[in-house]
Design a protein around this ligand. Sequence first.
Ligand SMILES: Cc1cc2ncn([C@H]3O[C@H](COP(=O)(O)O)[C@@H](O)[C@H]3O)c2cc1C
Ligand SMILES: O=C(O)c1cccnc1
Length: 356
Amino acid sequence: MMDKIIDLIESPDKSAMNEASKRLDTLIKPIGSLGVLEEISIKLAGIFGKVNNKIEKKCVVVMSADNGVCEEGVSTCPQFITIMQTINIIRGFSGVSVLAKHANSDIKVVDIGINGDVQYPGLINKKVKPGTSNMVKGPAMTRDEAVLAINTGIEIVGELVRDGYNLIGTGEMGIGNTSTSSAVLMAFTGLEADKAVGRGAGMTNEGYEAKKKTILKALELNKPDKNDAIDVLAKVGGLDIAGMAGCFLGGAYYKVPVVIDGFISAVAALVAYKINPKVKDYMIPSHISEEPGFKHVIEYIGLKPFLGLEMRLGEGSGCPIAFNVIEAATEIINKVATFEEVEMNSDFLIDMRKDC
Ligand SMILES: Cc1cc2ncn([C@H]3O[C@H](COP(=O)(O)O)[C@@H](O)[C@H]3O)c2cc1C
Ligand SMILES: O=C(O)c1cccnc1
């Protein structure tokens, strides 16, 4: 799947973007005064190939997977929280569940690699394997497994698009995934551990120092090739990251915007960007995650998140909040009047006054 689509990804429609930009400048407001809303309207015009767009159906895709590196104590939380919280997301109890409901968005929760045989109504079983291997002892997964997880993400987006969704968010659940994300970021950019590694879901000072050492050890042992995105993903990444990278690639192929959440989701966006930089034009960032590596990833891709909410949850929780803003952007370009329209109305008023 991946091999077939990556070279078919097209650039956004430049002429629709120019038209959108021109229309925004005719609206009754100072030029550019709706800031990011204008930028989003223009981006949507490029993605959908027309100026006036409507968000029909929204969905956050949550990729759940376990990480073998948890054996090294890189997270303060026990691994079973991955399963527990995955089910809580489906039950509607978690941060992303509540925020998605508030934004009138659906959620699809995918078991792409949970460690354990879990069946729960609403949990989509696409398990590639029951968690990755411990990356300080060898590669986290094989190339084939990484590609299979990417393909899963692409296929899920394809199904959503066929079902009428035209705005997709990316989320994850997987204890230990801030470690794999930092490792992927460092492998691609050479960024030092102090900048790329954070405290994830929470970490003591001692634990934090050990976490950095573990990540460096995994990079030293596996020597991922920064020019080969699949090599990086397979050696020091995770199945959740791979699945989300597939969502970004799928979004670009099927021409629907895909929203980035926090650090892990942004690293998945980076993987997709490394596979084909054109995907960037189909990505919409959301909030500025507090996880320190986040700003480096997002700057590297060259995107500008617009919500400063001091969040660091993951799960895709930033996406539904961004959905509200993205829908606001469509309302603006569709419904704010132009100077021309208003002049017609004021002529009408003057005529009315004359009649009185
Ligand atoms: C109860 C709970 C709910 C969460 N929801 C998302 N995460 C977040 O924390 C994890 C990454 O942090 P680390 O790398 O430190 O393990 C991921 O599952 C992420 O989604 C959670 C973490 C916990 C504990
Ligand atoms: O930014 C994120 O997505 C994040 C940060 C900390 C823990 N889990 C997720």
